[in-house]
Design a protein around this ligand. Sequence first.
Ligand code: SAH
Ligand code: DHB
Ligand code: MG
Length: 221
Amino acid sequence: MSNQETWTAVDEYFYSGLFKGDGVLADVERASEAAGLPAISVSAAQGKLLGLLVRGVGAHRILEVGTLGGHSAIWMAKEIGRPGRLVTFELDPRHAEVARANVDRAGVGDLVEIRVGPAAEGLGKLLDERPEPFDFVFIDADKASNAVYLDYAVRLGHPGTVIVVDNVVRGGRVLSAPDEASVGVRELVDVLAERADVDAVAIQTVGSRGYDGFILAVVTG
Ligand code: SAH
Ligand code: DHB
Ligand code: MG
């Protein structure tokens, strides 16, 4: 077996052993695929990790940047504390439309607000609304803007807010590749290294989505 085949098989082994859900997530993935959305959502294992983190943190208010078809949003919303709210930003109205149908299908539609447009603008507007602080943030959109989104996440959060940033390893390209996304990750790491009010770690992962990884950060004060 190739490395990728092994990683996928191992993901499936653990997932089928440990999944206690109702299968609606598989329907959601099928609906997203049928609608022609790219297959770049979090894997089931990554989605479940997000859900368990949300549950463990006791998050009631969640922010997401990059909705796509709502797969990661649903994993998180299913574990949200009540009363709960998840606000997610999506640039592409077609993605947002598919996501709306998916979150409704998954039974969490009343908890999820999808804001359509460029996330940097949307986050600025949200900040102006002076909302209750957010407890958990998942950043998973255009990687070039990672540092901008991190800054908003901290400003919209509170000491203790947990921030997860997806796709920071990129098959190792993070080390030196010149593409926009890899540069965006390195800028984010530089910002995190400088900030005294956020502590962070990067975890490399393999699985059905290849070799990648995420940053886990906590607002410390
Ligand atoms: N979090 C999703 C996957 C997101 S894929 C999941 O795991 O299920 C990245 C998404 O970010 C895409 O839908 C893309 O349209 C969106 N995106 C790209 N640039 C954006 C921007 N500037 N503002 C908001 N969303 C953006
Ligand atoms: C891409 C984006 C993602 O958020 C992801 O998890 C995988 C790939 C992409 O833009 O290619
Ligand atoms: Mg991602």
